[in-house]
Design a protein around this ligand. Sequence first.
Ligand code: SF4
Length: 490
Amino acid sequence: MLPKPVEMDAAQEVEEPPSISEDEPPSKAVLLHTPRPALWADIPDEKWNDWHWQIAHRLNTVDELSQIVNLTAEEVTGLTADDKFRVDITPYFASLIDPDDPDCPVRRQVIPLGRELHAFTGMMADSLAEDRHSPVPGLVHRYPDRALMLVTTQCASYCRYCTRSRIVGNPHQTFSKVDFAAQLDYLRRTPQIRDVLLSGGDPLTLNPKTLEYILASLREIEHIEIIRIGTRVPVFLPQRITDELCDMIRQYHPVWMNIHVNHPKEITPELNRALDKLLSAGIPLGNQSVLLAGINDSVDIQRELVHKLVKNRVRPYYLYQCDLVKGAGHFRTTVSKGIEIIEGLRGHTSGYAVPTYVVDAPGGGGKIPVMPQYLISQSPGRVVLRNYEGYITTYDEPTDYDPHQIDHLNQQSVHRDESGQGGVSGLLAGESQAIKPEGFDTLHQRGGAAHRLNGDAAKWQPYHQNGNGHNGNGHNGNGHSSNANGHTNE
Ligand code: SF4
């Protein structure tokens, strides 16, 4: 196959040959590799292990994929559709595909099916309303103290269920230096942001100079405490995780990284070596999986996945419910399947190995954790709980607990202003009394005018919020404010 132009930003780096096996420490080095299909049997190791070669030889057509996979009629339909989401598969990741199994979990993630073109109820272009929560292009500020910075639309390979398929894969939609400048400017003048997540696309496909410019610029902003990188490069293109890349990233610590593995088959000796390099550079690793029908919607498969991740020193972080985006309809499961999976993990394996199952709220409400119900009942002084085995027990609560013992220390602690996003926690803290849907007050005025019984608004405010009160948390309430959803805190 002819090499293709390198579309993602390339660095002039040379990959070191792998030195360790999946399970052995470096001192007991045993070379292990994923077996290559016959098509690439004669490719010298130095080329195969060079990420530039991998990128230049990505597969994306029926002719190319037919050389290593016995394509089904539906895959051919998917691959030849005019308006399909971009297809590109690195030779390394393609070598994990079972050529004869149409249900191969690796294959299902990257080779399109005809059915991905079908619209479904609830489908949206931007289901998480990211673009609506972007004060400047590519900078999503949804939560009080953190922001998402989209830095590229390019990936090493493309997942068929991609949440950002509205822009990902399209080089014309990618982000420019002008966009980076606007994103950084917003971050500089928003001191409440202490955590920035770089994503895209895949930040590790950026030219290293551009990535370093972004990391260095973020590090110069005093209020940004941590930087996170969300990447699937270690999974699609482990050859890209070079010593040079790791040495560059480690200069900007604390940097955390979330990888994206969906099935145990993706955990290979090559991935293990890449993870080892990242960990050796002091980068804590987490994993984000997407719950995908026919790929990982099984307690046994999820258990094997989280065990292998933990063995590789990667903490399972999130298990996402599949988003309502174009192309993802046939990957979606019920939410009850996710709850069943957490039921099968919590208590049955180490807490470290249990991810948080979340539904990323359509419309932009952010991640909502969903889990089985463990609190069965409660009365003043006693709660009834059940464990994973169905053992039902009681916990006697103290009758003399004083939540104000902490007030003295609490007054000395830093209270973070959440700018109207206190939410339910704010209700508990006494910052506001209710959260109302937009237009609630106007609706309930029913068109009436002020009269002798409704003219004094102070009568509906608790005394402790009425001017000079002090709330139960030791912090002053912040009065009225609107949250991002158009609800009003009062
Ligand atoms: S790696 Fe991430 S951004 Fe890229 S296609 Fe997959 S899910 Fe989308």
